[in-house]
Design a binder for this molecule. Structure first.
Ligand code: FES
Ligand SMILES: [Fe+2]
Length: 353
């Protein structure tokens, strides 16, 4: 990238990976959302990530247990087995594994048998549960654990958007979330009709494999009931803070400067296989007064917004994200999405070193 009439776009080094596909091996060295806590229970269930299946169940003490969904004996899917008191039994020959993945029973060998040393389950390098999502790092992670500050704020109420699986690229969906220029076009049916087309100047602050971008702008607040009574002006000011953590954790914090309300949208993208992504999204709001009906309306609105994005994103011909900066055309309005490419490019280089 170089200087253009549209403004200065900073260079970054040539990437080792030209286009980042969902199942790029480098992504094994990062934290990924695997499932939501409401999707798992005491019985095993499979979830796919980076083209591999993982079996997940809740131990009796409530801990989420995660292993490759492959029995070490004849590679049967363990998720089709069953758990009894936290012990997982394979559906094929009945081998049993405890919460640490150690084999504790091989029925065909009778009692008092010695088990082969390799008769154990393979786990990920890390498991982490936070704000209703179970994250795993398949291999030793280079990226930090995803944190949503609003999740530990007692004034915030959380609403979970139903899980959606779509044809798509995780990098493209991250790009879409960070993009500020598509609102009037893609979201004309929800919030985009009143949005100004010009993207104001804004700054991007990098911190390792994270960045934050902040800008303020005026908007028509048609949802504010005090506009109708004349207590608040229609045109109000809000501050948008985008927070990104590599590879696919995103957050948008919308702070309404007149009313003090804060609306945080969390977006966690799971690269399922090269053609599919699971989208985990939650809202945190401090202006709901504990009203579940209001929160449900906010969630329903977010579902409609995401549907507008996915209608386009699921139709892209190539689902990989270009990391080679010469593939696409960039402008100063694309600073967040250029930073996304820069960070993912550096991450891929580090992961393959
Ligand atoms: S394949 Fe699992 S016990 Fe044989
Ligand atoms: Fe969008």
């Amino acid at each position: 990238m170089g200087r253009s009439r549209a403004g200065l776009v900073q260079r970054y080094d040539a990437p080792v990976t030209t286009r980042l596909r969902n199942c790029d091996p480098a992504l094994r060295r990062a934290w990924h959302s695997l499932c939501r806590d409401t999707e798992i229970g005491l019985q095993p269930r499979a979830f796919r990530l980076l083209g591999e299946d993982w079996v997940v169940w809740r131990d009796l003490d409530g801990t989420a247990r995660v292993f490759r969904d492959l029995c070490p004996h004849r590679q049967a899917p363990l998720s089709l087995g069953s758990c009894t008191e936290g012990t997982l039994r394979c559906p094929y020959h009945g081998w049993s594994f405890n919460a640490e993945g150690a084999c504790v029973d091989i029925p065909a060998l009778g009692s008092d048998a010695t088990y082969p040393p390799r008769a154990k389950l393979t786990g990920p390098a890390g498991v982490h549960e936070s704000h209703g999502i179970i994250f795993i790092a398949p291999d030793e992670p280079l990226t930090p654990k995803p944190v949503v500050a609003a999740a530990s704020d007692p004034t915030m109420m959380r609403g979970d958007v139903p899980v959606e699986t779509t044809r798509g690229g995780a990098g493209l969906l991250a790009d879409n979330f960070l993009d500020m220029a598509h609102f009037p076009f893609v979201h004309a049916g929800t919030f985009g009709a009143d949005e100004v087309r010009e993207v104001p100047p804004y700054t991007v602050t990098r911190d390792g494999y994270r960045f934050e971008a902040v800008y303020e702008h005026d908007f028509a607040n048609r949802e504010d009931p005090k506009v109708a009574t004349g207590e608040h002006p229609l045109i109000q000011r809000r501050r948008l803070t985008y927070r990104y953590t590599a590879p696919f954790h995103l957050e948008l914090d919308i702070h309404f400067l007149e009313t003090g309300g804060t609306n945080v949208i969390g977006f966690f993208l799971t690269p399922v296989d090269d053609d599919h992504v699971r989208v985990y999204s939650s809202l945190w709001r401090n202006d709901m007064n504990g009203d579940e009906t209001l929160m449900q309306a906010a969630v329903d609105f977010e579902v409609a917004v995401i549907a507008e994005d996915l209608a386009l994103q699921s139709r892209f011909g190539q689902l990989s994200l270009p990391l080679d900066p010469t593939i696409e055309v960039h402008t100063r309005a694309d600073k967040t999405t250029i930073e996304l490419r820069r960070i993912l490019s550096e991450f891929c280089t580090a992961a393959s070193a």
